[in-house]
Design a protein around this ligand. Structure first.
Ligand SMILES: Cc1cc2nc3c(=O)[nH]c(=O)nc-3n(C[C@H](O)[C@H](O)[C@H](O)COP(=O)(O)OP(=O)(O)OC[C@H]3O[C@@H](n4cnc5c(N)ncnc54)[C@H](O)[C@@H]3O)c2cc1C
Length: 430
C-alpha cells in the first residue's frame, strides 16, 4: 500500500485529492493535511468583497465529503515539512509519514514587505475569504462616505486578473449605490503596461483593458512601486526602464485594495533543495522536486520564473487551467511510480481565464503561457460574466459532490470553443 499525502486543500489540493482517489486503487491511502476543514472558492472572493456572495455560498465543508470518498483529513495544518525523512510535522505536534507528498499550499501573502500595507494596516485584500469579508465592511463605509479609491497590484505580485476584476466590480457596486460620481478611481500596478497580466499580454488584453478602464473613468499608473501606505494616501514611485524613479506620486485614498506579492508558506521556506529563495517549490517538467523525488508540487506554491525583465518585478500568474494541468500530470506520475514505472506526464501550463467585470468581462487563452504562442486569444462581453457565474456553480457543485472533473479543460474546450487545448502531454514509454 502506498500512502499519498496532499498538503493544502485549496483549488489545487482538493482536486488533486479527488483525482488521486479516483486513479489509485482502494488499496492505496490518500490523506490531506490542511489548515482547517473548509474549502473556499478563491475566484469568488472579489464578489464577496462587494457583498454579492457570502461566506456560505463559496465554502464547502470537506470533512463529510472527504469521509465519503475515503480521504483522511488532518485539519491541524502543517508546521514543517521534513522531506528527507518523508515526514510532515503538524501544528499540534503530531507527525505523519508518506510515500509520496503533493504540496499544494498556495501563497503566503507578503503584506509585511510594504509599510502600511495589508488588511491589518491601511489596505484591503480579496486573496482570502476572511479578507474579502473585511473588504465588504470597508466598501459599506465607502458608500456611506465616498472618497478616492485605489485598486491594483504591488511590486512582485503575480496575480493581476483579480485586481482588474475588483476594479470593475467595485465600479459596478458604486454605480448601483449611486455614489460612483463621488469616487475618483486609480488603478496602480507594477505591470509595465495595462493588460500585461504577468504574461506580456494575451491577444489584445492591452487594448481591451485600457478601453475598459477609460470607459469606466478609471485612471492608471503602470511601472508602480508602492513605497508606503498611509491612512489617507499611497506613496508611489513610477519606475523608468533604467530602474530610476521617473515620477513620484501621492495618491489619495479612502479605500485601497491591492494584490500583494506572494511567497511560499513558512512550513516549506528555507528547506535546502525543496524551495527557491522566496519559498516556492522547485519542480522539474513532471511537477516533481529534483532533490526529493517522492515530492510533487502544484498550484501557486510552485516556482516559475518571470516572462521577462520589467522595470518593476512582475510575477507569472498560476491560474485554474494551469493548476488543473499540474494536478492531472502529478496524479498520473505518482500512479506510474507506484506501478514501478517512470513519470511520463508533462503539464501544458496554458493560461485560460475568465475575468469578471460585474456586468461584462474579458476572457483569454494563452498557449503556451510564455510568448511567442500558438494560441493568443482574448475576447470580451457580457457572456464572460454569465460564464463565470455558471462556472462557479459547477465547480462548487463538483467539490461538494467529491467528484474530480476537468473543470478548466471543459471550459477551454467547450465554452471557449477550443478543441486542441491539451492539459498534459504523455510521453511514450521507454
Ligand atoms: C482573489 C483571487 C482570485 C482568483 N481568480 C482566479 C480566476 O478567476 N481564475 C483562475 O484561473 N485563477 C484565479 N486565481 C488564481 C488561482 O486559481 C487561485 O489563487 C487558486 O486558489 C490557487 O490554488 P492553490 O491550490 O495553489 O492555492 P489555494 O487555493 O490558496 O490553497 C492553498 C491551501 O493551502 C492551505 N494551507 C496553507 N498553509 C498551510 C499549512 N501550513 N498546512 C496545511 N495547509 C495549508 C490553505 O488553507 C489552502 O487551503 C485567483 C487568485 C486570487 C488570489
Amino acid at each position: 500500500m502506498a500512502h499519498v499525502v496532499v498538503v493544502g486543500a485549496g483549488l489545487g489540493g482538493t482536486i488533486a485529492a479527488y483525482e488521486l482517489r479516483e486513479k489509485l486503487g482502494s488499496e492505496h491511502k490518500v490523506s490531506v493535511v490542511n489548515k482547517g476543514s473548509r474549502f473556499h472558492f478563491v475566484p469568488s472572493n472579489p464578489w464577496v468583497g462587494v457583498g454579492w456572495r457570502d461566506r456560505a455560498a463559496i465554502e464547502v465543508d470537506l470533512e463529510k465529503v472527504f469521509a465519503k470518498r475515503k480521504i483522511a483529513l488532518h485539519a491541524q495544518g502543517a508546521k514543517r515539512l521534513h522531506p528527507a525523512e518523508r515526514r510532515i510535522e503538524l501544528l499540534d505536534g503530531e507527525s505523519i509519514s508518506y510515500d509520496y507528498m503533493v504540496i499544494a499550499t498556495g501563497p503566503e501573502l507578503a503584506f509585511d514587505e510594504i509599510e502600511g500595507f495589508g488588511p491589518e494596516a491601511h489596505t484591503q485584500s480579496v486573496c482570502h475569504v476572511d479578507h474579502a469579508l473585511m473588504a465588504k465592511q470597508a466598501v459599506d463605509k465607502l458608500i456611506a462616505s465616498p472618497g478616492p479609491v485605489v485598486i491594483g497590484a504591488v511590486q512582485g505580485a503575480s496575480c493581476y486578473g483579480p485586481a482588474y476584476e475588483f476594479a470593475f466590480i467595485l465600479d459596478k457596486a458604486l454605480r448601483d449605490a449611486k455614489v460612483r460620481d463621488r469616487v475618483p478611481m486609480t488603478f496602480v500596478t507594477s505591470e509595465p503596461y495595462v493588460g500585461h497580466l504577468g504574461l506580456d499580454g494575451v491577444g489584445n488584453t492591452k487594448g481591451l483593458l485600457e478601453g475598459e478602464l477609460r470607459e469606466h473613468h478609471i485612471k492608471w499608473i503602470c511601472n508602480a512601486r508602492v513605497d508606503k501606505v498611509e491612512a489617507d494616501k499611497l506613496l508611489v514611485s513610477e519606475i523608468a526602464e533604467d530602474g530610476s524613479v521617473f515620477k513620484s506620486h501621492e495618491v489619495p485614498q479612502a479605500f485601497t485594495m491591492m494584490l500583494p506579492a506572494f511567497r511560499g508558506i513558512e512550513a516549506v521556506r528555507g528547506i535546502e533543495g525543496l524551495t527557491n529563495p522566496r519559498g516556492f517549490i522547485l519542480v522539474d517538467p513532471y511537477q516533481r522536486n529534483p532533490s526529493f523525488p517522492e515530492v510533487f508540487a502544484i498550484g501557486v506554491c510552485v516556482a516559475i520564473p518571470p516572462v521577462g525583465k520589467t522595470p518593476v518585478p512582475v510575477g507569472v500568474p498560476k491560474t485554474g487551467f494551469m493548476i488543473e494541468s499540474m494536478v492531472t500530470a502529478t496524479v498520473h506520475n505518482i500512479d506510474q511510480l507506484i506501478k514501478g514505472k517512470t513519470p511520463s506526464a508533462i503539464p501544458t501550463w496554458n493560461a485560460v481565464c475568465l475575468a469578471d467585470f460585474g456586468d461584462s468581462g474579458i476572457a483569454f487563452v494563452a498557449q503556451p503561457q510564455i510568448p511567442p504562442r500558438n494560441v493568443n486569444w482574448s475576447s470580451s462581453g457580457k457572456w464572460v460574466h454569465l460564464a463565470k457565474i455558471g462556472f462557479e456553480k459547477y465547480f462548487l457543485h463538483k467539490i461538494r459532490s467529491g467528484e474530480s472533473e476537468p473543470f478548466y479543460e471543459r471550459l477551454a474546450m467547450q465554452a471557449l470553443g477550443i478543441d486542441k487545448l491539451k492539459k498534459v502531454k504523455i510521453e511514450p514509454e521507454a
